[in-house]
Design a protein around this ligand. Structure first.
Ligand SMILES: Nc1ncnc2c1ncn2[C@@H]1O[C@H](COP(=O)(O)OP(=O)(O)O[C@H]2O[C@H](CO)[C@@H](O)[C@H](O)[C@H]2O)[C@@H](O)[C@H]1O
Length: 492
């Protein structure tokens, strides 16, 4: 099967969060199920800085007001189509924010054009290659299926929309519609109209052939009033189209046995070698090197991720003889609170405001506990990286966190299945209680070793989930429906 994946970010070329991890690793896993993916991404300057030898496959003399090219290139195992539209993407800042941290003012256009080009590819723009299925991700590419629906050269290609985070909805005034080549009737309740505005995500929810979320639990949560974020009705109206497929992780990139970012590589049999990473981690954050567990978080510092709760428990972790390390950036008041805590206990609390892939790996390879107190979490990847690296996760029981971590209650410990600590609901007080449980377990070396060992043995590679995506794609293509999904040689 030929899949066109459409995304605003892809690891290792451009990443702001978990979306890039998924779009960068799923295509590799899918090859094991006879699915061959080409990924359409915007031509950001950071992307071109890493790529060489891109070839033009199509030229648009006037793509919504400016010339643009569609290029193709390979990067490691990724087969890329790049929309080189300098008027939209060649500028300072990140994929979504300008240099001052504000949304690019024309995001409504930047991602509409990307989606338009994806629909054109689905319609046969590239003569030598047309997809059997189009797979879009989040609001930035959700308009693709809207364009496909209203396109004159549609080939009836089925589409899958994956929702990685319902909180980001691509909401703009209705006036943008006349400027992005869509007919006025899309501003209706059964398409883009959303509380007097338009929402690109809602357009995708209404028009994609299938919708997935990144865990089965989140698929149930998004149709509830609490976590539906205003989309519960739209999603609830398509119950047969909506499923959840839990994310996998790239086990080559996140492998403690080969990770070049670690001073000492290890596996579950040589876990004692972690102590060298622990020492390097404490040194990096200039923390006191005495005994006691290291708690850590690698996260966006936002309300969703419970960044404020980290600041609330920092003092107590330090008083109980632990260390707290936080790597992240986000809301200013959370950054300020964490930095203030670090200022009061510079030898016990280390905070780095920023984004740094190498330090993220070192944290997973050296910390004892990884905390993720999310108020909602569609899937979550850091807890999966933590498991693989022998750091014990402390997580709130929501979304993907609830189904990927098994709480260390007495029964689960004796059954040798426990992998971490869960709390519910996500409050600072409940987080504090879980941290006390983690301290107690840490001081029981046998129990701790068992938790680490069980976590490291848990399998969150992509295989099972890639198979589910492949089965979903096949189900959407009429003449493939009856064919079994068998792993190809590459997966064996
Ligand atoms: N300061 C920093 N420095 C270095 N690395 C950092 C970092 N801050 C975050 N990261 C990295 O960014 C990624 C974050 O992924 P998550 O899945 O935890 O959350 P995110 O909310 O971005 O993703 C959304 O999409 C993903 C993918 O579907 C879902 O798992 C998730 O629930 C959903 O919210 C991880 O790879 C993490 O290591």
């Amino acid at each position: 099967m030929k899949i066109l994946s459409v995304t605003s970010e892809i690891f290792p070329l451009i990443k702001t969060g978990g979306l890039a991890d998924v779009t960068g690793s799923l295509p590799k896993a899918l090859t094991g199920y006879n699915c061959y993916t080409r990924t359409l991404v915007p031509g950001y300057p950071t992307l071109f800085a890493k790529l060489a030898g891109a070839q033009r496959v199509h030229f648009f003399p006037d793509l919504f007001g400016a010339p643009a090219s569609l290029l193709e290139a390979r990067y490691e195992q990724l087969d890329l189509l790049i929309l080189d539209a300098p008027a939209l993407y060649n500028r300072p800042g990140g994929p979504y924010l300008d240099e001052t941290g504000r949304d690019h003012v024309d995001n409504w256009k930047r991602f509409a054009v990307l989606s338009y080009v994806a629909s054109a590819i689905a319609g046969g723009l590239i003569r030598t290659w047309s997809p059997d299925v189009v797979h879009t991700h989040d609001w930035q590419t959700a308009l693709t299926s809207v364009y496909m629906k209203y396109s004159t050269n549609a080939r009836n290609v089925p589409s899958v929309l994956t929702i990685h985070n319902l909180a980001f909805q691509g909401q703009f005034p209705t006036s943008v519609v006349s400027q992005i080549g869509l007919p006025p009737e899309v501003v209706s309740l059964d398409c883009l109209e959303y509380y007097g505005d338009v929402s690109y995500l809602k357009g995708g929810i209404r028009t994609a052939t299938a919708i997935t979320t990144v865990s089965p639990t989140y698929a149930r949560e998004v149709i509830s009033p609490e976590l539906g974020m205003g989309m519960a009705g739209a999603l609830g109206s398509r119950p047969r189209a909506l499923t959840g497929i839990v994310n996998g992780i790239d086990t080559e990139i996140w492998n403690p046995a080969t990770d070049a970012h670690l001073p000492a590589t290890y596996d579950h049999k040589s876990i004692r070698l972690r102590s060298r990473n622990r020492a390097r981690l404490l040194e990096t954050f200039r923390l006191d090197s005495g005994p006691g567990p290291i708690f850590a978080a690698v996260t966006r510092l936002t309300w969703q991720k419970g960044g404020d709760m980290l600041a609330e428990v920092a003092e107590e972790i330090s008083q109980l003889g632990g260390r707290l390390i936080v790597l992240g950036k986000g809301e200013e008041h959370i950054e300020t609170a964490l930095l203030a805590a670090a200022g009061r206990h510079p030898d016990r609390i280390g905070v780095r405001i920023g984004y740094d892939e190498a330090t993220a790996h070192l944290i997973h390879g050296g910390a004892d506990v990884v905390i993720q107190p999310s108020r909602f979490e569609p899937c979550g990847l850091t807890q999966l990286y933590a498991l693989r690296y022998g750091a014990v996760p402390v997580v709130s029981r929501t979304g993907g966190l609830s189904e990927t971590i098994i709480d260390a209650n007495d029964a689960a410990i004796s059954a040798r299945v426990a992998t971490g600590f869960q709390f519910h609901p996500a409050t600072a007080e409940n987080l504090r209680l879980s941290i006390l449980r983690a301290f107690a377990a840490y001081h029981d070396p046998k129990k701790w070793a068992r938790l680490q060992n069980q976590g490291m043995k848990a399998n969150f590679s992509w295989e099972r989930s890639a198979e589910q995506y492949a089965a979903l794609y096949a189900q959407l293509i009429p003449d493939r429906r009856m064919m079994p999904i068998v792993p190809s040689k590459a997966a064996e």
